[in-house]
Design a binder for this molecule. Structure first.
Ligand code: UD1
Length: 417
C-alpha cells in the first residue's frame, strides 16, 4: 500500500494545471453505452475510478482505446448488460450504467452499490425514476434488475437533489418515447457537462443547469467528440493547499464560474484572488480568517470541498463553523486532523474548528477520497514530517497529485510499503 511522506511548512508557489473532472468523466463514459457510434473524449483524467469505469464497460463488450487523456469508446457490440459486484463495490458510480443499459438494450443487472464510509447513500431515486419511465425494476440477490421495452417519457420529481440520480435518469430519458421532465434536478457543473455531451450525441435536452430538465426523447443517439469539463474540486483543493501554506499559486485550465461559493469563502478567509476566464491566482499573506460553511447542492458550497476547507480553518485566527448537510458521516477526517494538532469539536452535523497557530507533523490515515486531500493539505502546512497512509483513496480522484504539488515546491514523496 502506498503512503505519502510530506515534510511540511513550505509555502506553495507556482502554477498548476487542472485535469478533467472525475465526476463528469464517469457519467460521460457510461453514456457511451447509449450509442453504436464512436464517442471520442478528451481531457479524461487518469484516475483509479476512471480505470474502474473503463474495465466495467469493457466487461460489457465496449471497445475502449486510450491514449493519455484521450479515450475513444464504441458500444456497437455489447455482449453483457451486467455490472458485477466485484467492480461496483470499489466504485459507487458504477450505478451510472443502469439507465443507459435499460434505455438502449431493455435490460440491466447492476450490483447494488451499498453504503460507503461517508454514509448510507441509497439509490432509491434512480430506481423510482426508472420505474416512472416504464421499466420493471426489482432488487434481488443484491442486484438491481431492470427490464424494459422502449422507455416512455414521464414527469419525475426526485425527493432530494441527487447528482448521479439526475444523471442516470437523464440517460434514460434521452432514448425514451416522448417528453420527460425531471424536476428538482441537480445543477452541478458535472450534470451540465453530461447533458451537453448527450446533446452533442443528438439528444434533445433543455433547461440545462436549471432545476427543471426537459428531455424530448429520440430513437437513437450518434457518436460525438467531446472534451470533459475541468475538475472544480481538484482546482479548489489546490487553492486550499495554497491558502493553508500562505502561498501564491496560479491554477490554470479551470472554470472559475463553476466555483463561486468556494471562491467567496476563500476571499472571506483573507485570500487575495485574481480571476481570469480559465485561471485563478491565490495569494494568502496572513493566517486565514475564520468562516462559516454549510454544504448544500450546487450552486451552494460543495460537500466535496468540506474536508479541504476544514484543513485551512484549522489554522485560522478564531473559530470556524462547518455544517455538513449532504452526507451523515462526513467528518471522518476530524480525528486525523486532530492528530496533526487541530482543535475541532463535533456537535451533530456541525464542526467547530478553533484555529491554532501551527499544526505539527504526524502519521495519519486517509478514510475517503476528499478526506485524503484534506490530510495532505494539513500536512503540507504542518511543521515537520507527516505520513498519509491509504493513498489509494487519493488516487481514486486526484491525477498525479504528489507530482503536481512537487511542482509547486512541496517537499513530499510516495513510498511503497
Ligand atoms: C455525487 C458525487 C459525489 C458528491 C455528491 C454530492 C459522483 C460520482 N459523485 O454523489 O462526489 O459528494 O454527488 O455532491 O458524481 N440520496 C438518496 N437516494 C438516492 C440518491 C441520493 O437518499 O437515490 C441521498 C444521498 O444519500 C445523499 C444525497 O441524497 O444524502 C445526495 O446524494 P447524491 O447527490 O446522489 O450523491 P452521489 O450522486 O452519490
Amino acid at each position: 500500500m502506498d503512503k505519502l511522506k510530506i515534510r511540511g511548512g513550505r509555502r506553495l508557489v507556482g502554477e498548476v494545471r487542472i485535469s478533467g473532472a472525475k465526476n463528469a468523466a464517469l457519467p460521460i463514459l457510461a453514456a457511451s453505452l447509449l450509442t453504436a457510434g464512436d464517442l471520442v473524449l478528451h481531457n479524461v483524467p487518469e484516475l483509479a475510478d476512471v480505470r474502474t469505469m473503463l474495465r466495467l464497460l469493457e466487461g460489457m463488450g465496449v471497445r475502449v482505446e486510450r491514449s493519455g487523456s484521450d479515450v475513444t469508446l464504441n458500444a456497437s457490440n455489447v455482449t453483457s448488460t451486467v455490472a458485477p459486484y466485484e467492480l461496483v463495490k470499489t466504485m459507487r458510480a458504477s450505478i451510472l450504467t443502469l439507465c443507459p443499459l435499460a434505455a438502449r438494450f431493455g435490460s440491466a443487472t447492476v450490483s447494488l452499490p451499498g453504503g460507503c464510509a461517508i454514509g448510507a447513500r441509497p439509490v432509491d431515486q434512480h430506481i423510482k425514476g426508472l420505474r416512472k419511465l416504464g421499466a420493471e425494476v426489482e432488487v434481488e440477490h443484491g442486484y438491481v434488475q431492470a427490464r424494459a421495452g422502449r422507455l416512455k417519457g414521464a414527469r419525475i420529481v426526485t425527493d432530494m437533489v441527487t447528482v448521479t440520480g439526475t444523471e442516470n435518469l437523464l440517460m434514460a430519458a434521452v432514448l425514451a418515447e416522448g417528453r420527460t421532465v425531471i424536476e428538482n434536478a441537480a445543477r452541478e457543473p458535472e450534470v451540465v457537462d453530461l447533458a451537453r455531451c448527450l446533446n452533442a450525441m443528438g439528444a434533445k435536452i433543455t433547461g440545462i443547469g436549471t432545476p427543471t430538465l426537459v428531455v424530448d426523447g429520440v430513437e437513437s443517439l450518434q457518436g460525438a467528440e467531446y472534451s470533459v469539463v475541468p475538475d472544480r474540486i481538484e482546482a479548489g483543493s489546490f487553492l486550499c493547499a495554497a491558502a493553508a501554506t500562505r502561498g501564491d499559486v496560479l491554477v490554470t485550465h479551470c472554470v472559475p464560474s463553476d466555483m463561486e461559493a468556494m471562491l467567496a469563502k476563500l476571499r472571506e478567509m483573507g485570500a487575495e484572488l485574481e480571476i481570469g476566464a480559465d485561471w485563478i491566482r491565490l495569494r494568502q499573506k496572513d493566517r486565514p480568517k475564520p468562516v462559516q460553511i454549510r454544504t448544500a447542492p450546487h450552486p451552494a458550497f460543495p460537500t466535496d470541498m468540506q474536508a479541504q476547507f476544514m484543513a485551512v480553518c484549522t489554522l485560522a485566527v478564531g473559530t470556524s463553523l462547518i455544517t455538513e448537510t449532504i452526507f451523515e458521516n462526513r467528518f471522518m477526517h476530524v480525528p486525523e486532523l486532530q492528530r496533526l494538532g487541530a482543535r475541532i469539536d463535533i456537535d451533530g452535523h456541525t464542526a467547530a474548528v478553533r484555529g491554532v497557530e501551527r499544526l505539527t507533523g504526524a502519521d495519519v490515515m486517509a478514510t475517503d477520497l476528499r478526506a485524503s486531500a484534506s490530510l495532505v493539505i494539513a500536512a503540507l502546512a504542518a511543521q515537520g514530517e507527516s505520513t498519509v497512509d491509504r493513498l489509494y483513496h487519493l488516487d481514486r480522484g486526484y491525477e498525479r497529485m504528489a507530482e503536481k504539488l512537487r511542482g509547486l515546491g512541496a517537499d513530499l514523496e510516495r513510498v511503497h510499503d
